[in-house]
Design a protein around this ligand. Structure first.
Ligand SMILES: Nc1ncnc2c1ncn2[C@@H]1O[C@H](COP(=O)(O)OP(=O)(O)O)[C@@H](O)[C@H]1O
Ligand SMILES: [Mg+2]
Length: 362
């Protein structure tokens, strides 16, 4: 017969069981990743806490289920109670956090204008906020600062509090734009040199509070000004938006080269305006062709984050200051945006982990 002690569950057994659960993005088990804490055993009841690397985790439900199942399978366990939380790690590039209180800075770029960079930036920001992250959106596009309009904050008059700029806030996202400070009548030649300084100020002198993700809508193109911008923002990584046309794909390639040159991790490609599906029809029309973004990603061995269809509601939402993810979160386009947001968050977690591993190896 077993003695009372030998029969008793212990913490080690729970850890061992949980260490069979792998995070599929990081390819490391959840115990080694430090995601498990607060294990408590009361008779046949087990409690533990699972802390994911992002509230936007694309495999959240799967990991939660696998953890519960692993513990439930242990002899002597009758009941499992799991608390699920998320904690975005702060990016440390070259040993420094980008900006106090801002954990991850994500740049959204495109080789040329009009491919939907601002649309993707807004919907990405709103989607991450909806998934439970603290999100800011920085409009760094001086030639066409349209974040204020798209986020419905174009009437915002910035105020200061304790010498810091108070950002606008809508749809759960804090926003700042050059457009709040510089009139569109100001000649571009003046706006250019102001930009680098303004961006640095936007990062340090805006009352962002704590942010998990700051999305930066970058100026279009890949010239010197963009390189300066990439440098000024101490990025965690970049998302490249493209459309399926060859010319946009060629520009997407330049975007990739720019990030590589600055040693900024590439989070992946998004293909916008991939196809058109009329309401009530199952037919998909590939107006500009389709799949170029995916091919480009494969060719360069960077992640493909997803495709977004062409849909008039996307434009209408943008024009009315209500990004489609906020206005109609359950429609197909919004689902595509939310899936892309999860993929972006997962890629950021992967990059952060790589950074930690590199730092540990030095
Ligand atoms: N998937 C889409 N379906 C329909 N219209 C779109 C889509 N993506 C962007 N648009 C529209 O195309 C125009 C250009 O998009 P925008 O985000 O401003 O591009 P960029 O910032 O790259 O210049 C806007 O009017 C926008 O509403
Ligand atoms: Mg734009």
């Amino acid at each position: 017969m077993l003695g009372a002690n030998e029969n008793k569950l212990n913490e080690e057994q729970i850890r061992k069981a949980l260490s069979t659960v792998m995070d599929p993005d990081l390819n490391i088990d959840v115990v080694t990743l430090g995601m498990i804490s607060d294990i408590k055993i009361t008779g046949s009841k087990v409690f533990f806490k699972l802390t994911l690397t992002t509230p936007a985790c694309p495999v959240k439900e799967r990991l939660e289920g696998e953890c519960q199942d692993a513990v439930k399978a242990l002899d002597g366990v009758e009941e499992v109670e799991m608390e699920s939380a998320a904690q975005v790690a702060g990016q440390r590039r070259n040993g420094k956090e980008p900006v106090n209180g801002i954990k991850q800075i994500i740049a959204v770029t495109s080789g040329k204008g009009g491919v939907g960079k601002s649309t993707v930036s807004c919907n990405l920001a709103v989607a991450l906020a909806k998934l439970g992250a603290k999100v800011g959106l920085l409009d760094a596009d001086i030639t066409g600062p349209n974040i204020p309009l798209m986020m419905g904050v174009d009437a915002y008059q910035p105020t200061a509090k304790d010498n810091r700029i108070v950002p606008a806030e809508n749809h759960g996202v804090k926003c700042i734009s050059m457009a709040f400070f510089v009139s569109q009548d100001t000649p571009l030649i003046w706006r250019g040199p102001m930009l680098d300084k303004a961006i640095k100020q936007f990062l340090r002198d805006v009352e962002w509070g704590e942010l998990d993700y700051l999305i930066v809508d970058m100026p279009p193109g890949t010239g010197d000004a963009q390189l300066t911008m990439v440098q000024a923002t101490q990025l965690s990584g970049g998302v490249i938006v493209t459309t399926p046309q060859d010319v946009a794909l060629l520009d997407g390639r330049k975007g990739l080269a720019m990030f590589s040159q600055m040693e900024v991790p590439i989070l992946g490609f998004v293909e916008n305006m991939s196809y058109f599906q009329p309401k009530g029809s199952s037919e998909q029309y590939e107006i500009f062709g389709r799949g170029g973004g995916k091919r480009l990603a494969e060719e360069h061995q960077v992640p493909f984050l997803g495709e977004i269809p062409l849909d008039p509601e996307v434009r209408i939402g943008g024009d009315q200051g209500v990004p489609i993810v906020a206005g109609d979160p359950d429609c197909a386009v919004s689902k595509a945006f939310i899936e892309i947001a999860k993929q972006v968050a997962a890629q950021v977690s992967i990059q952060s982990r790589a950074e930690v591993a590199t730092a540990a190896a030095v």
